[in-house]
Each structure stands twice: as C-alpha cells, then as structure tokens.
Design a protein around this ligand. Structure first.
Ligand code: SAH
Length: 345
C-alpha cells in the first residue's frame, strides 16, 4: 500500500503544514512512516547503531526550567559534580568498552570555569585522540564555545526544546528565551561544531503547530544530530501534575525526522525507554541510529534525575553496554564502535 504524503515526504524531504498536521495527528500513516523511515536509515547508515558514552558531570544547575528535576529551586535534588579525574576514569572505562564518543552533559554549573572545561576536553583528546568529545552543558557565550572548540571539542548538544517563543516562555522562567537558545545553536554551527538540537514530545502546552514549528526550525538550522524524547514529569517541579508525552507520538516524530533529515544522527533516547520497556528498540526501528549508554559512576546516577523513574541508574557501565547491545541486535541492527560522524551527502 502506498501512502501519498509519506512518499512525498520521502522524495522531497518536505511537506506543507497541512500535510504535516495530518501525519502528526493521525495514526493511520504510522506503518507507512516506520517502513519508509527504516528504509531511508538503511540507505544512509545501513544497520549501524552508534554508541555514545554519556557522562553526567554535574547535577548542579543555575537555571529553573519548569520541567526539569535539576532546576535550581528544587531543594530536594541531590547535587554532585565530578572532578576531572573522575571524568577521565569514566572515559578510560568507556574506551575499554569500545566507545569512541564521550558526551559530557550536565546542569549549568558555574563551578566549572571555561578553563576547567577546556582542560578536561584537552586531557580527553590527549589520552584518546581517536575519540570525539561532545559537550552538552547549556547556554554559553560565543567566546566560551570558541574556547571549548579550540580545546578540541567536536560536537555540542543543545536541544532547542521548542521553537515557538510563546511556548518556550511557558516552559522556562522569564530570564531565558528561545531567541538566545537559537543564537547559541547558530553560533555553535558557525564555529564548526557538529551540532545537535531537539525537543521534548508532549511537553506541557505543546500543540501540533508547535511541533510543526520545531520541524521548520530544524530545516533552517540543518543540525547534524536531533535528539527527541517524551516529556516525563518530575515530582519536584511545578509541572508535577502534567501528563507525560507518549511513545506513539515520539516514534511518529522520529520517523518524520528521518524522512526530512536522511543524514541525521537520531538517538533512541533513555526517556523513550523509560516510558516503555521496549521504547529504545522501537525508536531504532522508527529511524533512530544512535544510543547513549550511561557511563556515569554508579553512585551518582540516581542523582542526575531530570525526570522521574529514569532507567539505567543501577547497573555498572559494562552491564549497560551488554544490555544495549542485545537490545540493538534484537531490533535487527548492529552496534558499532567508531566515532560515528554524520554522513552528509
Ligand atoms: N543543561 C543541559 C543539559 C540538559 S538535560 C542543556 O541545557 O542542554 C538534556 C535534556 O533533557 C534537555 O535538553 C531536555 O530536553 C531533557 N529533559 C529535561 N527535563 C526533562 C523531562 N522532565 N522530561 C523529558 N526530558 C527532559
């Protein structure tokens, strides 16, 4: 059975707003979307799934994003930060497990000066010159981003969260803006980073029009990576009573992204695995080609609680590696240990 809008999306990598609205709001295209997305991912990346070792370096954060458990005003959050030595020992373990990308993610923690971040990045690149270093430490000045890049950082993840300024305003305090977040993303791209943007699916107040705006913004930015996952509420945030996003809509959006951005690196996220036990496998089948196993020291993992019931907080890194490899194979793909740079045609 051919599905006209799915075929058109696949061929032209674009659709009108009306056509997108129809795809996003109805389940009748899901089968066609998933099949087409998997074909396109195989044309571009074969059956390869890239592994990124995720090191959650700090649970301190000066921001107050209304959805996030690490927000500064959450007095119940347990805070920790990793030293340079601890981060390097995570890398050592990760290297042994075959990871060739390390992602340093954290709250916006002013304890780490630019000099400290540069020193950490430099040390990782010195010890592991065949590895890529990805930073995901929030909104900084262009000068800071330039320094990290000079120090050897290859990639930067900064989800735009929502492209619509009014919706952004409902998810963030008044001292944050979607304008600045987008400015950061364009700066990062100009500097030369491989850049990852992305958004939560089913975040409070999100409409179909917001999701369409997210797709339009991504068309403008043309990022190398796009990270999406369902919104999951956290008990100690103002959004504690808000509904979670669904796996169904997240998977649909993943397939649409694969068809619009055939070359993109699309993670099948931990949040997707949290709302559904087989979520990450389904994410790969819907067009995802990246997974980000947790490499953080086990004793801090539960403290990096951006949402409730986060999975993969109990196991040792080696166990995560084995578990994910089995999941990837059961979904019909192959975990590869290489840097996994974006393949732009
Ligand atoms: N401080 C960094 C890292 C944030 S954590 C930054 O600003 O980029 C990484 C991502 O987790 C966020 O970009 C957000 O999209 C997601 N996230 C935060 N809280 C969440 C929640 N309650 N449910 C689902 N995803 C969430």
């Amino acid at each position: 059975m051919t599905d006209r809008s799915v075929e058109k999306l696949r061929k032209t990598r674009d659709l009108s707003d009306d056509e997108l609205r129809e795809l996003i709001e109805t389940s009748s295209h899901d089968e066609a979307l998933r099949t087409a997305a998997d074909e396109v991912r195989r044309e571009n990346y074969g059956d390869m799934v890239y592994l990124r070792g995720l090191i959650e370096i700090s649970s301190y954060c000066k921001r107050n994003c209304l959805y996030c458990g690490l927000r500064a005003e959450n007095r119940n959050a347990e805070r920790y930060r990793l030293s340079k030595e601890e981060i390097l020992s995570c890398c050592e373990e990760g290297y042994g497990l075959g990871y060739r990308t390390f992602v340093l993610q954290g709250g916006e923690d002013s304890y780490y000066t630019d000099e400290m971040i540069c020193d950490i990045v430099r040390s990782i690149k010195e010890n592991y010159p065949d590895c890529a270093v990805t930073l995901s430490i929030g909104e900084k000045s262009r000068e800071s981003y330039e320094k990290y890049y000079e120090a050897g950082a290859d990639r930067y993840l900064l989800r735009h969260e929502t492209a619509d300024p009014a919706h952004y305003g409902k998810l963030h305090p008044a001292n944050m803006s979607s304008e600045n977040r987008k400015r950061c993303l364009f700066d990062l791209k100009e500097i030369g980073y491989q850049v990852g943007a992305g958004f939560m699916v089913g975040s409070p107040y999100q409409t179909t029009e917001n999701l369409i705006a997210d797709l339009r913004f991504l068309q403008e930015l043309q990022p190398d990576m796009i990270g999406i996952g369902p919104y999951i509420s956290h008990q100690d945030t103002p959004f504690r009573n808000e509904k979670n996003g669904t796996a169904e809509l997240t998977l649909r959006m993943l397939s649409i992204l694969r068809l619009m951005f055939p070359y993109a690196l699309l993670p099948s996220t931990t949040a997707l695995g949290t709302i559904r036990p087989d979520g990450r496998e389904l994410g790969l089948k819907a067009g995802g080609n990246v997974v980000m196993p947790n490499l953080s020291p086990v004793q801090v993992r539960k403290k990096y609680a951006i949402y409730d019931n986060k999975i993969c907080t109990g196991e040792e890194s080696a166990q995560c590696r084995g578990c994910l490899e089995r999941r990837i194979e059961s979904a019909g793909y192959r975990a590869v240990t290489d840097r996994g740079d974006v393949k732009r045609s």
